[in-house]
Design a protein around this ligand. Structure first.
Ligand code: R5P
Length: 237
């Protein structure tokens, strides 16, 4: 073959991971000169430490096995990009979906972009910059043993069209709690966007009960994966 091969494959569900390992070997067997692998949704990446004794360090295990046949790795919005330190044999880079999310919401009248926690404030700011509006993050304050207040840390939500941006939506619990609270605070509309839409156990339906729009990128395909990350990947390639 004597050429650079680009493989695009998720490591989730597990069948895709096995397929990827076999594709890597098949490409090498055909004489591929260089193999670049794009993993839009990296399953196992969130197990980045042993949360309980006896657990596997899954992110490290997967990266160590994958690096054996790859010459370059591109991922998108890893929960913690630092895990790529375990992919030591070749260059690796975590790409950001924020430009694609920002482009999608440009001209949709968004007043405020919120990250669901302090750690997500950078992503929210990046999206807000593209849209041309303000950004902030949500802060959880414990009022008593049974009461928790969730509100934007610095700005008000009253009368605003708010967009919450997260890296992953799994059960939808985080966004539903935030959205309910924002509506209570007088937000006019609440939109939710994420990079990786896992949407477990009917999460899309539950989210629609409180959010005015739910959308994800197409790193995982679903009925709401309306934002393409193709441009982000193509630009890097
Ligand atoms: C957490 O750190 C992540 O950024 C997401 O907020 C979380 O994984 C979302 O999970 P769920 O949809 O189940 O609340």
């Amino acid at each position: 073959l004597d050429k650079e091969v680009v493989l695009v494959q998720n490591t989730y569900p597990d069948g895709n991971l096995v397929e990827l390992l076999l594709l890597l070997d098949a490409a090498r067997g055909l004489g591929a000169d260089k193999i670049t692998c794009v993993i839009p949704y990296f399953g196992y990446a969130r197990q980045d430490r042993r949360f309980n004794p006896g657990e596997a360090l899954s992110a490290k295990v997967m990266l160590r096995h994958l690096e054996m046949e790859m010459d370059r790795l591109l991922t998108i919005d890893l929960h913690k990009p630092d895990v790529l330190e375990w992919f030591a044999r070749a260059p690796a880079k975590d790409l950001k979906a924020a430009p694609a999310i920002g482009d999608f919401f440009r001209d949709r009248g968004i007043d405020l972009v919120l990250g669901p926690d302090k750690g997500a404030v950078g992503r929210a700011a990046e999206v807000a910059k593209i849209i041309g509006c303000e950004s902030d993050h949500l802060e959880k304050t414990r009022l008593s043993g049974t009461e928790v207040k969730i509100a934007p840390s610095h700005v008000g939500a009253k009368g605003k069209k708010v967009l919450i941006v997260d890296d992953i939506i799994s059960t939808g619990g985080t966004i539903i709690a935030a959205s309910n609270e924002l509506k209570r605070l007088g937000a006019r509309e609440v939109f939710a966007a994420c990079t990786h839409g896992l949407f477990t156990g009917g999460a899309v339906e539950r989210l629609r009960g409180t959010c005015d729009m739910v959308v994800s990128t197409n790193t995982l395909e679903s009925e709401v994966s309306k934002i393409s990350v193709a441009k982000v990947v193509a630009q890097e390639l």
